[in-house]
Design a protein around this ligand. Structure first.
Ligand code: DAH
Length: 336
């Protein structure tokens, strides 16, 4: 057999392969399991040692030559394919870039930041507590013992599990438990001035209620604290928040288990074109009063639960809905 001629024929066929598929077909025809060169290699086993000595290197040379031709043709075809793609895929750098979507801060987050800033100017620190709370912090320490009707009114989400000490576990229904945690943290020895913004949960859902909503709690503890301090603090805060000097508040007697006395705070507003704009005396013509928040002097029992001596320390507290505040300030009428 003329291995030289065989190699030249194979090289010619390989160089003529038009694409990678054709080249692969040739590779199989020569070097594949059933390929012609593979068949030649198999004949070596049946040869005499002498014959193998002369024929073996020729078959191997044929195989090497074909493999080399296949590799160089493959590289050439791939290079050509890349060239073709580069020529076809043109990048036009003069096209305008697609506009990117810019996010913005959620109104509720923004209002919570504004609140923290305003109260920071009044000397309040930000305090936090867990959203998964126990019954003692959320209710009992706030003067709502197991049998208290207000406890049932809170539409609470309970967990099946209890704490290690057997307390019920729940999603906090208000930010008031942070009052207790902040008091406990000082050991009852220092004045306190904190706000606690955060998420709270109740099993309630419609246009003005969502199962998760936001509150800000406020707590001031000191010696000689009275309702006048509460009213001044809220007026000063609301003037800064609504950016108006004509904020008028009305304190109405109310009831909360954790404050005594308790007051509900209304703010005067003007009705303009069906919209309520905060400001002015609610008793004036074209005006009205809108309930804004709950507050009062911290109940002696709550001071005691927090570790403070109620004969020495007094405090005021307030709690307000951030979502409503955001709706009022930015003129939105659906909580969702
Ligand atoms: N925790 C009350 C609620 O969720 C709001 C509240 C009322 C908080 C009076 C207070 C307060 O701190 O003094 O309805």
């Amino acid at each position: 057999m003329d291995y030289e001629a065989e190699l030249q024929t194979a090289q010619g066929a390989i160089m003529a392969a038009a694409d990678l598929d054709a080249l692969e077909a040739l590779r199989l025809a020569y070097l594949g399991k059933a390929g012609s060169i593979s068949a030649l290699l198999k004949t070596l086993g049946a040869m005499s040692p002498d014959e193998r000595q002369t024929t073996g290197p020729r078959i191997h040379a044929l195989r090497e030559g074909v493999a080399g031709a296949l590799a160089s043709r493959k590289a050439a075809l791939e290079g050509a394919a890349l060239e073709a793609r580069l020529a076809a895929e043109e990048v036009d750098l003069t096209l305008p870039a697609p506009a990117s979507q810019r996010g913005s801060i959620h109104p509720v987050s923004q209002v919570m930041e504004e609140l923290a800033e305003i109260f920071a100017d009044l000397g309040f620190a930000v305090a936090t507590g867990p959203e998964i709370e126990d019954g003692w912090h959320n209710f009992t320490a706030l003067n709502m013992p197991e049998s208290h009707p207000a406890r049932a009114m809170h539409d609470t989400f309970y967990f099946a599990e209890r704490t290690e000490t057997g307390e019920e576990l729940l999603l906090r229904t208000h930010t008031s438990p942070v009052q207790i945690r902040a008091m406990q943290a000082t050991g009852g020895t220092q004045p306190l001035r904190i706000i606690a913004p955060g998420r709270v949960y109740r099993s309630d859902s419609d246009a003005t209620h969502t199962p998760m909503f936001h509150q800000v709690e406020g707590l001031v503890i000191g010696e000689g604290i009275h309702l006048g301090h509460l009213k001044w603090t809220l007026e000063t805060f609301l003037r800064a928040f609504f950016e108006r000097d004509d904020i008028v508040l009305r304190l109405r007697p109310s009831y909360f288990p954790f404050t005594e006395p308790s007051v509900e705070v209304d703010v005067g507003y003007a009705s303009t074109g069906g919209r309520r704009v905060v400001g002015g005396n609610g008793d004036d013509a074209g005006h009205g009063w809108m309930e804004l928040l709950g507050s009062g002097m911290v109940n002696r029992r709550v001071l005691t639960a927090g570790g403070y001596d109620p004969d020495r320390w007094q405090g005021f507290a307030f709690g307000l809905g951030v979502d409503r505040l955001a709706m009022l300030k930015y003129g939105m009428d659906d909580l969702r």
